[in-house]
Design a protein around this ligand. Structure first.
Ligand SMILES: Cc1cc2nc3c(=O)[nH]c(=O)nc-3n(C[C@H](O)[C@H](O)[C@H](O)COP(=O)(O)OP(=O)(O)OC[C@H]3O[C@@H](n4cnc5c(N)ncnc54)[C@H](O)[C@@H]3O)c2cc1C
Length: 387
């Protein structure tokens, strides 16, 4: 496969697909995508794919709002169906502090996020199957939902191909070549691609690739379990995403008969992305079921329908790493999304493509540079994955 390209995107997860699509739309020349496995074959495939703009920093809120607008008109702006359903998102919470919510309501309002605060009586009326403490309130976001992560990624990639992008599946990048602090080639199991620009979208494998050219990316791979349950009769089809701030567990539909649930956090010990246990452990299932039962009466009899473990590419402050990194010309990164990369993915590629072309863009990605610029704060919500 010896060839030349203007840009090589490494990784065909949702970020690689979005980056390729937007680069092609921006006229970036010959864009090639390489994935060692296939389109949407990595952690993207297991994503909850939930989209809700609850954050404390403007760029995330803007990106998720923009990606949601794209989802609402997917066939027109990308082509095909991303499986997006706008069911709304309901967080149960005792207070609206940034630490408890992971979001800043004033900032969200200022940026145009639609939300409503529900008192405990409204919560009880809306979710009769759930038990609420007297001090709880609800944060209701009507313009939130979830997509099908595989369909989203495939349709983005097919749109990129229609714009001329070449996608190579089953081709592993084995090394990067740089000379005089400038990218000059990508080595693969099937030959060399000569290029002066690379975008590293390799998720949990990103740090290994960067290390090959002496760039340290502080990304560790951690795992977390998701359980599936048969829908209890008491929870009607078409329910919103439920996010329980007290028991730290979320719950959403997968089609009409299955619900998927996971804790906000992750298991805090690194795993090898090429060799980890992909099953859900009995202990994890027990704590998940226990936490769901504390909230939903019908989950006392919740019927287990399977489960899995998946991996997250975690950075120390749980913000992604985006930009030209490590002082190597032509070495761009869009990785380290720390368990919340789906929601903004469709939009991020556009702002990154603008930056790569030296243009300004409506969303400032500066806070995601590495090393972190001074304005980047550590997440206010401890070890939560923002759901
Ligand atoms: C269980 C779970 C639930 C989640 N829920 C949500 C959610 O509800 N909302 C949300 O916003 N986010 C969620 N996320 C996070 C989100 O799904 C991820 O941040 C996002 O999918 C990451 O996409 P990516 O393209 O960066 O990486 P990946 O999906 O990891 O893709 C990386 C790709 O790179 C390829 N690759 C790696 N190394 C090489 C190499 N050397 N050569 C060639 N190819 C290579 C891999 O094969 C892979 O296809 C969830 C994640 C998980 C695991």
């Amino acid at each position: 496969m010896n060839q030349t390209a203007d840009v090589v995107v490494i990784g065909a997860g949702v970020h690689g697909a979005s980056t390729a699509f937007h680069l092609a739309k921006a006229g970036a020349g010959r864009v090639v995508v390489v994935d060692k496995s296939g389109v949407a074959s990595g952690p993207t495939a297991k994503s909850g794919a939930m989209m809700r703009p609850i954050f404390t920093e403007a760029p995330y809120i803007q990106l998720v709002m923009e990606a949601t607008e794209m989802m609402e008109r997917w066939d027109e702006v990308v082509g095909g169906d991303a499986g997006f359903v706008e069911r709304g998102f309901l967080r149960f919470t005792p207070n609206f502090s940034e630490a408890d919510l992971g979001g800043n309501l004033d900032l969200m309002k200022q940026l145009g996020v639609q939300f409503e605060i529900l008192d405990v009586d409204a919560l009880r009326a809306r979710v009769p199957d759930a038990e609420f403490r007297g001090d709880e309130q609800g944060l209701w976001l009507p313009r939130a939902g979830y997509a099908d992560p595989v369909l989203t990624t495939r349709t983005l990639m097919r749109a990129a191909e229609r714009l001329g992008v070449k996608v190579h599946e089953g081709v592993q990048v084995t090394g990067l070549r740089a000379s005089g602090a400038r990218i000059e080639a990508v080595e693969t199991g099937q030959g060399v691609i000569h290029t002066r620009t690379v975008v590293n979208c390799a998720g949990p494998w990103s740090a290994r690739l960067a290390a090959g050219i002496g760039v340290h990316l502080p990304i560790e791979t951690h795992s977390g379990g998701t359980a599936l349950f048969q829908r209890p009769e008491a929870l009607p089809v078409g329910s919103p995403i439920f996010s329980d701030g007290i028991n730290q567990v979320y719950f959403r539909e997968v089609g009409d008969h299955i619900l998927r649930a996971a804790h906000f956090g992750w298991t805090n010990h690194p795993v090898d992305p090429d060799d980890y246990d992909e099953t859900i452990t009995a202990a994890k299932l027990q704590t998940l079921r226990g936490d769901l039962k504390k909230r939903f009466r019908s989950m006392q009899r919740g019927i287990f329908a399977g489960g899995f473990a998946a991996i997250y590419d975690m950075t120390p402050d749980a913000h992604p790493i985006i930009g030209n990194i490590g002082g190597v010309g032509g070495f761009w990164c869009n990785c380290g999304w720390s368990g919340n990369g789906f929601a903004s993915a469709a939009a991020v590629g556009g702002h990154l493509a603008a930056r790569m072309a030296g243009r300004s863009s409506a969303v400032d990605l500066k806070m995601f540079g590495w090393p972190r610029p001074p304005e980047t704060r550590t997440r206010p919500d401890g070890n939560w994955i923002r759901r």
